[in-house]
Design a binder for this molecule. Structure first.
Ligand SMILES: Cc1cc2nc3c(=O)[nH]c(=O)nc-3n(C[C@H](O)[C@H](O)[C@H](O)COP(=O)(O)OP(=O)(O)OC[C@H]3O[C@@H](n4cnc5c(N)ncnc54)[C@H](O)[C@@H]3O)c2cc1C
Length: 445
């Protein structure tokens, strides 16, 4: 049985209009799905503006050459992961490591949505005050990251872009000092380096920080990644160990026989498999009607700007942030990413005056010395959020062989290592870890 999608599936809910393509449509005579993934050179800044087109999906029509035969794929994959952001790529890599032959389907290009727009801050989670299960996922991910980094670079041979520079998070009010102390205590209790530093020490570490502060949280642990580069590195590692990737090849339907998942339908035809994982970020919700249930993802927009400091001396040496959020993030290409806003306004990726104003205020507040830096890029992305700010991970109730892993909202880059291992282990062994129960889709039934 093919679970059909409702009319207008590929239009975005806010506009109801077909959205624009960020990449040119392939000629009608060629297969839509690209069977080979190669890592892309860094996007020139000129391309950044193209990334800001309002919407992000095309309205699908039947492919002119489609024969409805199963796409040639010998042997049929053991598993299909839908969505080539950091969550889907890391999961596909972990499945392949467990000898589960995996095919990754990506609607556009690998790592070009939230995982592209990300600030890429890695490291000890801001876990003080979080529910225990979310803190546990963050802690597991933090512990797994160094080994993942090593194996990705070794398997794929593509540098990760990771800068292990630590972070300085400033406090300006007594409430913020309390928040910083709680975070420091949490990290120390979990064996993760963190300390409180007084204003003089802050300025020794980061001369650009203004004087009106009460002190700062400091941890040498953690750093930053350039999101699309990291996602591509993981995808390259996945491919290097035998995984398959098809870009410009969206899942348009989930195929089932009764409650048993039997495959995925694509514009080029159906692909058989017995395990499907939905990791399509904020767009996962559009796959809900195909399985007649709600996949309640909420797109939370984040806008950022990239600036190039006048000289290396003007560049932050660490990730600098407010303890309440908002960051200056040094990147491997010498630029500094500033942001990010948090907006609940649907599938809208325009860069707006509000987003620019937010970033400018942040820069003024954290590093006024950057006021002469050149603004070299602006962008917006859609974080996959949920109503209770908790990822959705585990089996989809009512289906045999259907899984979900998405909804990582503001910390998907940080949480990808643990999420991938938990879901891959559950699929490989058939015995989900108890921790996964807290992330079950069942809570929205
Ligand atoms: C501005 C901003 C700053 C952020 N900063 C941080 C940070 O500092 N640290 C951190 O940890 N996190 C951060 N995040 C959050 C993090 O980037 C996200 O949580 C993470 O990238 C989500 O990854 P994903 O793979 O779930 O989604 P995405 O990266 O959006 O990937 C989903 C993929 O699925 C594809 N897709 C959609 N529909 C289909 C379909 N039907 N078939 C096939 N493919 C499909 C899409 O094209 C896309 O490539 C930030 C996010 C933003 C926007």
């Amino acid at each position: 049985m093919r679970c059909g999608l409702p009319a207008g599936f590929w239009s975005t809910p806010d506009s109801g209009q077909p959205s624009r393509l960020r990449h040119p449509a392939p000629p009608a005579t060629e297969s839509t799905c690209q069977h080979v993934f190669t890592t892309h050179p860094d996007l020139p800044y000129g391309d950044v503006t193209k990334h800001n087109s309002r919407n992000s999906h095309i309205r699908l029509s039947q492919h002119p050459e489609r024969t409805d035969s199963v796409i040639e794929h010998q042997p049929a994959p053991d598993a299909i992961v839908v969505g080539g952001g950091i969550i889907g790529c890391t999961l596909a890599y972990e499945l392949q490591k467990r000898k589960i032959n995996t095919l990754l389907l990506e609607h556009g290009k690998i790592g070009r949505e939230a995982s592209w727009a990300t600030a890429g801050i890695m490291g000890p989670p801001s876990a003080a005050g979080l529910p225990l299960h979310r803190a546990a996922l963050a802690e597991i991910s933090h512990k797994l990251f160094p080994a993942l980094l090593e194996s990705v670079e070794e398997d794929g041979g593509v540098p990760s872009s990771y800068l292990p520079i630590g972070k300085v998070l400033i406090a300006r009010t007594e409430d913020e000092v309390e928040l910083a102390q709680a975070q420091i205590n949490w990290q120390i209790n979990h064996g993760i380096d963190a300390t409180w530093i007084e204003p003089d020490e802050v300025r020794q570490l980061e001369p650009m920080i203004p004087h009106d502060i009460l002190g700062a949280f400091y941890s040498a642990d953690g750093g930053t990644l350039t999101g699309h580069r990291w996602t591509e590195s993981v995808a390259a590692a996945f491919q290097a160990i035998g995984g398959q990737i098809r870009e410009r090849c969206p899942a348009v339907s989930i195929l089932t026989d009764g409650e048993r998942v039997t495959g995925v339908d694509t514009p080029d035809g159906p692909i058989s498999t017995r395990t499907v994982v939905l990791s399509a970020g904020a767009w996962t919700r559009f796959l809900g009607p195909a399985i007649e249930r709600s996949l309640p993802l909420i797109p939370f927009k984040g806008q950022m700007i990239g600036v190039l400091p006048e000289s290396a001396a003007d560049r932050p040496r660490h990730v600098i942030g407010k303890i309440t959020g908002g960051y200056l993030v040094p990147r491997i290409d010498g630029s500094v990413a500033v942001g990010a806003s948090l907006e609940d306004i649907g599938f809208d990726k325009r860069v707006t005056a509000f987003g620019l104003e937010y970033a400018m205020e942040l820069m003024q507040s954290l590093g006024p010395g950057l006021r002469n830096a050149e603004v070299v890029s602006t962008w917006a992305g859609l974080r996959p959020g949920t109503a209770d700010d908790t990822p959705l991970m585990g089996p989809v109730p009512g289906y045999d062989g259907l899984w979900v892993s998405t909804g990582h909202h503001r910390t998907g880059i940080q949480l990808a290592p643990g999420s991938a291992v938990l879901v891959a282990d559950a699929i490989a062994t058939g015995k989900p870890d108890e921790l996964l129960e807290h992330f079950s889709l069942e809570r929205f039934s």
